[in-house]
Design a protein around this ligand. Structure first.
Ligand code: PMP
Length: 433
């Protein structure tokens, strides 16, 4: 139709391309778990926007808070604090284990990891940063230097002192034994021996996602992260946990790191905390705060501790706690996972189903015997699913099959999960025919 043609011609003319082709879907409304396109079609959102809309799009209570604060307390001088900021910081401290109690609030995930890396360097007086080889912590210069799953090329030199560590990837690890078990202890020893050899003796921090998302939904085995934290402690390094996607209930716990009974030194939250609005947090201990202060840390960005988004974060955490969201995510996650395992029995190209809670993925292969990655096939199934009315996301990394990420809002109903699985089934069937 004419309006759509005009829309695309204006988009081509006026929107800058930043490295990702635009989706063919033109969405004009998003509500709950559903998107509505310009042709009036309904699309199930199984990615929660960019993994952010934890409670669905435009959750009524979030809308109410936005309306109230945009009308009476939107934004202040960066050093002015207000009740919603203290409230959300206090709530976070109560929900977090250990001594994690001092927070500040920013806009995006990249900003939160950038700040956390700067804090670690300030506190330790060292500069080397270790991150997983499939990590994603953002795309600004500092956070992007600790990102190995995207965007490393064509941006000039990364920050000095960046070291990568083999990401836990049992499906294809060379430390997977003939009986299918995964010798992660040996892999960890190997990883640390490589770090110790590369380090110039200035190890400041290990930044990690408790489940690597953009890196292909890689779930470390039980005990892995705990051991990792012990190894960091031995070397005097801080542990920065980046829970941009996994935090605030999505994986079945309030914070995914709780699975392994460990406490990081710095926690970064973003996407899910703002439920689709730009909000991120950095939380640490009073001791680390003191050290950073003595070292002269400066972080003063325009939207530091803004009241409007802080009030949203406080409401999101309130709802997540009140409505037992972690438990719901675990229940719906089990339903989704069971459905995906059934699809795996049906379609040879599904190499593995992995994830935790409502954070699941399937890896697509092009050869059932050799497990050769099948990036084109994954993309074709995802493109077709979108046409059928299901929005999912595929990540393609070297040496890995196309990985479908499925992370619907945790408010998704049982019926909607069934509908989504049905559409995925149909998509596989029609693409493979
Ligand atoms: N950390 C993780 C784990 C992420 O998944 C992302 C975004 N994909 C970021 C950081 C960066 O967040 P943002 O895009 O909001 O800057």
């Amino acid at each position: 139709n004419g309006a759509l043609t005009k829309f695309w011609s204006n988009a081509d003319k006026y929107l800058m391309y930043t490295g990702v082709p635009f989706s063919p879907a033109v969405i004009i409304k998003a509500k709950g778990t559903k998107l509505y396109d310009a042709d009036g079609r309904e699309i199930l959102d199984f990615t929660s926007g960019q993994m952010s809309s934890l409670l669905g799009h435009s959750h009524p209570e979030v809308v109410e808070v936005v309306k109230r604060y945009v009308g009476e307390l939107d934004h202040l001088l960066s050093n002015m604090i207000s009740p919603p900021v203290v409230d959300v910081a206090q709530r976070l401290a109560r929900l977090l284990p250990g001594d994690l109690e001092k927070s500040f609030f920013l806009n995006t995930g990249s900003e939160s990891t950038e700040a956390a890396l700067k804090m670690a360097k300030c506190y330790t007086g060292k500069f080397e940063i270790v991150a997983f080889s499939a990590s994603y912590h953002g795309l600004t210069q500092g956070s992007g230097s600790a990102t190995y799953s995207a965007g490393r090329k064509n941006g000039g030199p990364v920050m000095p002192g960046q070291i990568s560590f083999p990401a836990p990837y049992p499906y294809r690890s060379v430390f997977r034994k003939a009986d299918g078990s995964y010798d992660w202890e040996t892999e960890l020893e190997f990883g640390w021996s490589m770090v110790d050899r590369q380090s110039v003796g200035s190890l400041a921090a290990f930044i990690m996602e408790p489940i690597l998302s953009t890196g292909g939904i890689l779930v470390p085995p039980k005990g892995y992260l705990k051991r990792m934290v012990e190894e960091c402690k031995k070397r005097g390094m801080l542990v920065i946990m980046d829970e941009a996607q996994t935090g605030v209930g999505r994986t079945g716990q309030m914070f995914a790191f709780e699975e392994d009974e460990l406490v990081p030194d710095i926690l970064c939250l973003s996407k899910t905390l703002g439920c689709g609005l730009p909000l991120a947090s950095v939380t640490t201990t009073a001791e680390i705060e003191r050290g950073c202060r003595q070292a002269g840390l400066l972080w003063l960005t325009t939207h530091l501790n803004d009241p409007l988004t802080a009030a949203v974060g406080d409401k999101v955490l309130e709802i997540v706690e009140r409505d037992n969201i972690p438990q719901k995510a675990a229940e719906r996650g089990t339903q989704l996972r069971d459905g995906l395992l059934k699809l795996q029995e049906k379609y040879w190209c599904i190499g593995e189903v992995r994830g935790r809670g409502l954070f699941q993925a399937i890896e697509i292969i092009s050869d059932a015997k050799t497990k050769a990655p099948g990036p084109e096939l994954g993309q074709a199934v995802s493109d077709h699913a979108l046409k059928l009315g299901l929005s999912c996301n595929v990540v393609n990394l070297p040496g890995m099959g196309g990985v479908f990420r499925l992370a619907p809002p945790v408010t998704v109903t049982k019926e909607e999960i069934d509908v989504g699985l049905g559409l995925l089934d149909q998509s596989f069937k029609e693409v493979l025919e």
